[in-house]
Design a protein around this ligand. Structure first.
Ligand SMILES: C[S@@+](CC[C@H](N)C(=O)[O-])C[C@H]1O[C@@H](n2cnc3c(N)ncnc32)[C@H](O)[C@@H]1O
Length: 273
C-alpha cells in the first residue's frame, strides 16, 4: 500500500500505522480530526470534506498558509533552509514573535524548526517559547514535494481549520460524520490516573472527558474512532467501544526499548449505543 508522507516530523505521527488504521475508518462524507498533528490520516484518506483541528496554533497557522499562499510559504521556507543561518537565531526570532502568531514568516520558521530540531519534537516552555535544541543533522531535507501535496489536498476539499482544544472540533460533529481521535496517549501509570483535571496535560480525567464527548457525538449519529495505548486503564475508559489491537513500531524510544508496542484502536458506531 502506498502511504503519503507528511512534510512534518511528528512525535506520535501515524505515518507507519496507516495500513493498519485505514481499514477501521468507515466511509462517510466528512472526517473530523480533533488532534490532526502532522496530518498523516488527512493526506491518506479520501473524504469529501474535513475538519482539521489541533490545539497547537503554530501548526494550524502553517496549514492556513499552505492553503492560502503555497508559493509564498515555499519561497520563505526554502530561503531559510538554504541560508547558513544559525538554528538558535531562527528559534530566537520565532520566540520573539509570539505576539504575532499568524504570520507567513512564523509558518516558515515552524517548518524550519521542525526539520532542524532534535527528533522533530515540538515542545514549548511555560512562556510559550519553543525550547527544543538543535538536532545536529548532517543533511536536512526540504520537504517541498510533501508541502505541495499537502497544499493540493487542502485546496481540493472543503476543509475547516481550527486551532483549539479538542472540544471545539468534536462539537461540530453531526450525523454521518467520522471522527478520528489521536490524542496524546495515557500510560496507565499512577501518575496519569490520580492527577486531577489539568487542561494542559492529557491524563485520565481528560481522556475520560474525550470519551464522554465522543459518546455524545455518536448519539448524534457520528462514528468515533480513537487510537491509544493498550493498557487496562485505556480499555476501561473506552469500554463502550469495539477494541482492536495493533502492533506499533516505536519512533522515539524513551527507554531505549525498540520492541513493537501494542496500541489499540477503539471504534464506536451509532448502532452500538
Ligand atoms: C499523536 S499527535 C497526532 C498525530 C497525527 N494523528 C498524525 O498522524 O500526524 C497528538 C496531537 O494532539 C495535539 N493535542 C494535544 N493536546 C490537545 C488538546 N487538548 N486538544 C487538541 N489537540 C491536542 C498535539 O498538538 C498533537 O499534534
Amino acid at each position: 500500500m502506498r502511504v503519503d508522507k507528511s512534510f512534518l516530523k511528528w512525535v506520535g505521527g501515524k505515518g507507519r500505522l496507516i495500513p493498519q488504521l485505514l481499514p477501521h475508518l468507515p466511509s462517510g462524507k466528512r472526517l473530523i480530526e480533533p488532534f490532526v498533528g502532522a496530518g498523516n490520516v488527512f493526506i491518506n484518506t479520501n473524504y469529501d470534506s474535513y475538519v482539521l483541528a489541533d490545539k497547537n496554533r503554530d501548526l494550524i497557522n502553517v496549514y492556513h498558509w499552505l492553503r492560502d499562499d503555497l508559493a509564498g510559504l515555499i519561497n520563505t521556507a526554502q530561503s531559510l533552509f538554504d541560508s547558513d543561518i544559525n538554528f538558535y537565531e531562527v528559534r530566537c526570532r520565532f520566540n520573539c514573535n509570539i505576539t504575532q502568531p499568524f504570520t507567513l514568516d512564523r509558518a516558515a520558521e515552524f517548518i524550519y524548526l521542525n526539520r532542524h530540531c532534535f527528533n522533530g519534537i515540538c515542545r514549548y516552555n511555560q512562556k510559550g517559547e519553543f525550547n527544543v535544541p538543535y538536532g545536529k543533522y548532517k543533511k536536512v531535507y526540504f520537504p517541498k514535494t510533501e508541502l505541495i501535496a499537502f497544499s493540493n489536498k487542502l485546496i481540493s476539499r472543503p476543509t475547516t481549520l481550527i486551532a483549539a482544544d479538542f472540544r471545539a472540533a468534536i462539537e461540530t460533529a453531526d450525523a454521518g460524520d467520522v471522527i478520528y481521535c489521536d490524542p496524546p496517549y495515557i500510560s496507565g501509570t499512577k501518575n496519569d490516573i490520580f492527577t486531577g483535571y489539568t487542561p494542559h496535560k492529557f491524563n485520565y480525567p481528560v481522556t475520560k472527558l474525550l470519551r464522554d464527548l465522543l459518546v455524545h457525538a455518536v448519539r448524534r449519529g457520528a462514528t468515533a474512532i480513537v487510537s491509544n495505548s493498550n493498557n487496562i486503564i485505556v480499555r476501561g475508559i473506552f469500554s463502550d467501544f469495539e477494541i482492536y489491537e495493533i502492533d506499533a513500531p516505536r519512533s522515539v524510544a524513551a527507554n531505549g526499548n525498540r520492541q513493537p508496542a501494542k496500541e489499540i484502536i477503539g471504534v464506536l458506531t451509532p448502532d452500538m449505543l
